[in-house]
Design a protein around this ligand. Structure first.
Ligand code: MRU
Length: 364
């Protein structure tokens, strides 16, 4: 399995996703500030992966802290990590989880607190892999045998602690014996599809065809695409889905051509505090990502640029949302609430886990 992120004695080790596929290089972050910088610069990216990175960043910060001023330092650590990227709610979910544990274990003494925070961060990583495998099991049935699946961005092992959400569904279908091929949108401007999805699928021997983003409509109309599967960065209570810029166009084109459009995401990507996708904060990234490709200018100097990193797909375009707790369908207010409720009784954020998911976690 591709190792996206790991806790080691030297620090948090991540595969550098800005270098792939040219170079398989690993970066070691030995301070929480370095973890924050890795998230900001997209050395690590993808909603679940940045959640795991944030949890490890918090643990690293506590590990390097002293007793004096610990509470203020902890606030600084959490605020720094929370300030990295605004859209993927998994980042905030992970920080909140670490905050709750800190409060719970604060009275145990510094050494015990440090040990437990590190264990918790490692547990967030392990749970993420198990969650993705469960998403895969729930979603595999939607993948047509002998058909092609279109995906956008990278919602694979690289975007998670392992296995992937959208690509996890595809992996599970392949593991179940289906013949599956993937059309990967290149995903301008950061090229997660071209650089990461194709690399990852090649790594696993799953046939992949790279297309540019503006070819998606052509292929959806051609009848060659059996379904679309994408990941998500934040899903509002009404089922509106924030995901990589360009996802909305794919969803509209899928509906126009009667191709099912599935979203695969863990319950930690649900943000039921937001009534609709209009409330999801959309990250604006640097103009240079649009005006330059690998440092080479592709637009005249001084070009005015907009670079929203995500868009929101209204729920009416979403055929179903596949989570580790099962498959949610419209009306999403009800079905998504059901996913959160069953997650609280079965996983309980890693505290009350008595379920089959707990067994899967323990097996790692
Ligand atoms: O800007 P990125 O690369 O972090 O955006 C990633 C995506 O939009 C993914 O599709 C999403 O996080 C789901 S990852 C399982």
């Amino acid at each position: 399995m591709i190792e996206t992120i790991q806790w080691t004695d030297a620090g948090v080790v991540m595969i550098d996703q800005t270098r792939l596929p040219r170079e398989e290089r690993y970066v070691t972050c030995s301070t929480y500030e370095e973890v924050a910088e890795a998230i900001r610069t997209m050395v690590i990216r993808g909603a679940p992966a940045i959640g795991v990175a944030a949890a490890m960043g918090v643990a690293l910060g506590v590990l390097r802290a002293g007793e004096e001023g610990l509470d203020a330092e902890f606030e600084r650590i959490c605020a720094t990590l929370a300030g990295t990227r605004p859209t993927a709610v998994n980042l905030f979910w992970a920080i909140d989880r670490m905050k709750r544990r800190f409060a719970e274990w604060r009275g145990l003494g510094l050494e015990a607190l440090k040990r437990k925070m590190v264990e918790e961060a490692k547990q967030v990583r392990l749970e993420d892999i198990a969650i993705n495998e469960a998403i895969g099991r729930h979603g595999a049935a939607f993948i047509p045998d002998g058909g092609a699946v279109l995906t956008h961005c990278n919602a694979g092992a690289l975007a998670t602690a392992g296995y992937g959400t959208a690509l996890g569904v595809i992996r599970a279908a392949v593991e179940a014996g289906k013949q599956v091929s993937v059309f990967a949108d290149e995903t301008r401007p950061f090229l997660q599809g071209a650089r990461l999805t194709v690399w990852e699928l090649q790594h696993d021997g799953i046939p992949a065809t790279l297309i540019t983003d503006n070819m998606a409509g052509h292929f959806l109309k051609s009848g060659r695409i059996g379904c679309v599967v994408v990941g998500a960065d934040r899903i509002a209570a009404n089922g509106d889905v924030a995901n990589k810029i360009g996802t909305y166009s794919v969803a509209v084109l899928a509906k126009e051509n009667a191709v099912p459009f599935y979203v695969a995401a863990p319950v930690s990507t649900l943000d039921l505090t937001l009534a609709s996708g209009d409330e999801i904060p959309i990250e604006q990234r640097a103009a240079g990502e649009v005006t330059h490709v690998f440092g080479v200018p592709v637009a005249p100097e001084g070009t005015q640029v907009e670079n929203p990193a995500f868009d929101v797909t209204p729920a009416r375009y979403v055929t179903a949302i596949v989570t580790e707790q099962g498959v949610a369908r419209a009306p999403y207010e009800e079905s998504l609430r059901g996913m959160v409720e069953s997650s609280l009784t079965t996983s309980g954020d890693g505290r009350k886990m008595g379920s089959s998911l707990r067994k899967e976690v323990v097996q790692f």
